[in-house]
Design a binder for this molecule. Sequence first.
Ligand code: HEC
Length: 164
Amino acid sequence: MNIFLKVLSVFLLLHTNLAQAAHDDITGKEKALLETNQAYTPSLGDIMIGIQLRHAKLWYSGLASNWKLAEYKLEEISEAFEDIKKYQPNFDGKPTAEMIVRITSEPVKKLEQAIKAKDQPAFIKSFDEMSNACNACHTVNGHDFISIQRPTAQPLTNQRFTLH
Ligand code: HEC
């Protein structure tokens, strides 16, 4: 073997080992990340904060007749309800997953219809019905001190609701 080939083979061996070590390191990191993700379960209170914000944004979308945004907000709220079913199916000994279906299905459906029809009076009526549903669930869960209403001021000023 000439010197050039010797150097090359040493280099290749070293390179393969280094690449393997880097690969092991990455998979180690990925594993740790995966374990962290699996360990994280959002609390019901955290999911509710997201719902609260979207509930307020839904209101201003409807008031501005921004029906695409309203549709999007309602979808986000529905997804959060799905998250509750997935991550917090029982809360404090109560079947949260079943309650979500029983209490929110009807108001969600009515809101969907109002938004689809671009019917603002129907939207306002079904929005209030949704807020009543939020409160009904809070009451059943012994949290009647958390009372939801129509928002009276925009929660954030960095998003425009009226587009035209
Ligand atoms: C399945 C029943 C249920 C429904 C439906 C429900 N909630 Fe809740 N909500 C709860 C429970 C239980 C808590 C208390 C959670 C805790 O203590 O961790 C809560 C807490 C909250 C909180 C307090 C969070 C905080 O940290 O300040 C807000 C705000 C809230 N909900 C908003 C809403 C809104 C808005 C809706 C309707 C769009 C809604 N919730 C629908 C059961 C429900």
